[in-house]
Design a protein around this ligand. Structure first.
Ligand code: ATP
Length: 491
């Protein structure tokens, strides 16, 4: 028997599986879909909610000094001036005049560098990345275009190098608020959830009597008008972020940066992502707010890509909000420094952890997707039991002779504790397959013997091993393994 999962599986397999088994559908599909927008189906929403719960609890339950908020998507437009997004949240784009296709100029060059590296030309690859980084930092867009041309990069559709100039493209979506459409009524759909945290920093600090260091966590939608949105739910125009801003005393940010870098990696391992598919990638090109930044990359079916960012943001955001709002964003630190004086008033520094719920979902789903070949072909989702959409399925061997009633009673008795379904729809083998395909860790078979011994057979998803257990033991035995605690205790 051989197993295949993760990078060997193609993205197309994952997309097809996600659609067929109710995980992810293209948005408004009956109208042929909307590019880079997706809907989560009946199983997808459960998996995504479980991932979000794991993250939320890993922040707000495991730490005394981290609390959550839920800020609005719309914010005062000045927020985005202060954060730097109005002026700086741009991607360089370039169009091919023949195919009319639009590309991210930096990604064209990165793609070429990847090709060099794949051909063993590591130095050439590194030199090209360095030059791209230099030109972008200097905002030399003509230079970027010349580099694309000198590298003989052609449009994959038209196969020509008939490029327009490179232009900066702001990724924020704007809309109008109220009935009068003038410039003052323009507001943005937030491109990140972080700013909702920054503008509430003092509200939370004061109302919660929080002491630095402390964190504020949030899960919510973010919107970016991505130029090139491919790769399924990896890059969407509407997506969900899980962000935590950790406010620290200036001078201690490097320790906290290291702490969160390590802790976040532990989280990914705890939800079942294997160590060899995870790696750090330090940023050479820093975002406008960052002093240091590292990505946690996951080996998606299309290669290692960013799943989470950990950023040391200094006092960039709070300082700018103080300047634009004219409201002090300071914290009074009563603790004493080495000379015995209180640290006093300062604007805290921030270390941020920011992970996309959708990218985490894609990583989890592609890692869990297992195709066994050989004598007994089988496809199943090897999801952590605490993340699986359905925890247990109760299956009577046959519908007659009272077995259905016993199975229904068992289902009812387990439902308050974890998600349990009842299925009597086909041959038992087929019903096992159905549950395998959506990652249900436990199937409970009710057979004729059950009537005599009050026992059922648990069939384990990954090993297909069967185990006879008393009905009365099911709640504890399964409940124990599907509990979110199993994830939280290993972070
Ligand atoms: P990328 O370089 O891939 O565009 P980014 O560096 O702009 O990502 P951040 O601004 O650091 O991303 O956002 C934090 C996290 O939000 C990312 O690590 C990712 O998981 C998620 N994210 C960002 N953009 C998208 C998107 N368009 N679709 C889905 N998730 C996204």
């Amino acid at each position: 028997m051989s197993q295949q999962s993760g990078p060997a599986t193609s993205l197309q397999d994952i997309i097809a599986h996600a659609k067929e088994y109710g995980f992810v559908f293209p948005s408004s599909e009956i109208y042929d879909g909307l590019q880079a927008v997706y809907d989560y189906g009946q199983n997808g929403v459960e998996l995504k909610n479980n991932l979000k719960t794991a993250w939320w609890k890993s922040m707000t339950q495991l730490y005394d000094n981290i609390v959550g908020i839920d800020a609005s998507i719309f914010m005062h437009p000045t927020t985005w001036k202060a954060s730097g997004h109005v002026d700086g949240f741009n991607d360089p784009m370039i169009d091919n005049k023949d195919s009319k296709k639009r590309y991210r100029a930096d990604q064209l060059l990165e793609g070429r560098a990847e090709e060099y590296a794949a051909n063993g030309q590591q130095d050439k690859s590194a030199a090209l990345l360095a030059e791209t980084g230099r030109l972008l930092s200097a905002e030399d867009l003509d230079g970027v275009r010349e580099l694309i041309i000198s590298e003989n990069i052609v449009c994959p559709i038209s196969k020509t190098a008939n490029w327009t100039e490179v232009r900066q493209f702001n990724l924020m979506f704007s809309t109008q608020v109220g009935s009068v459409a003038d410039e003052s009524s323009t507001i943005y759909l937030r491109p990140e959830t972080a700013q909702g945290i920054f503008v509430n920093f003092l509200n939370v600090q004061k109302s919660g009597r929080m002491k630095v260091p402390f964190g504020i966590a949030q899960i919510g939608k973010a919107f970016r008008n991505e130029i090139v949105a491919r790769q399924f739910i990896f890059r969407m125009r509407e997506f969900e972020q899980m962000e935590m801003q950790f406010f620290v005393r200036p001078g201690t940010e490097n320790e906290w940066y290291e702490y969160w870098k390590e802790t976040r990696l532990k989280f990914h391992k705890a939800i079942g992502l294997p160590a060899e598919k995870l790696k750090y990638h330090d940023h050479d090109k820093l975002a406008h707010y960052a002093k240091a930044a590292v990505d946690i990359e996951y080996q998606f079916p299309f290669g290692f890509r960013e799943m989470e960012g950990i950023h040391s943001r200094s006092d960039f955001d709070l300082k700018n909000h103080q300047e634009y709002s004219k409201k002090k964003q300071q914290y009074f630190d009563p603790e004493l420094d080495e000379s015995g004086k209180p640290y006093g008033n300062y604007i805290p520094y921030v270390v941020e952890t920011s992970v996309g719920a959708d990218r985490l979902f894609l990583a989890t789903l592609s890692n869990a997707f297992v195709q066994e070949t050989g004598e007994k072909e089988r496809t199943y989702l090897k999801l952590h039991p605490a993340l699986a959409p359905i925890k247990a399925a109760v299956l009577p061997l046959v519908k007659k002779d009272g077995l259905a009633e016993i199975a229904q009673d068992i289902t009812k008795s387990l439902k308050p504790y974890f998600r349990t379904v009842y299925d009597d729809g086909a041959a038992i083998g087929k019903r096992y397959t159905r549950q395998d395909l959506i990652g249900t860790p436990f199937c409970i078979a009710v057979d004729y013997e059950t009537k005599d011994d009050n026992c059922v057979t648990i069939r384990h998803r990954d090993t297909m091993e069967q185990e006879r257990v008393p009905i009365a033991a099911l709640k504890d035995k399964i409940g124990e393994q599907v509990a979110m605690e199993r994830i939280l205790e290993s972070i």
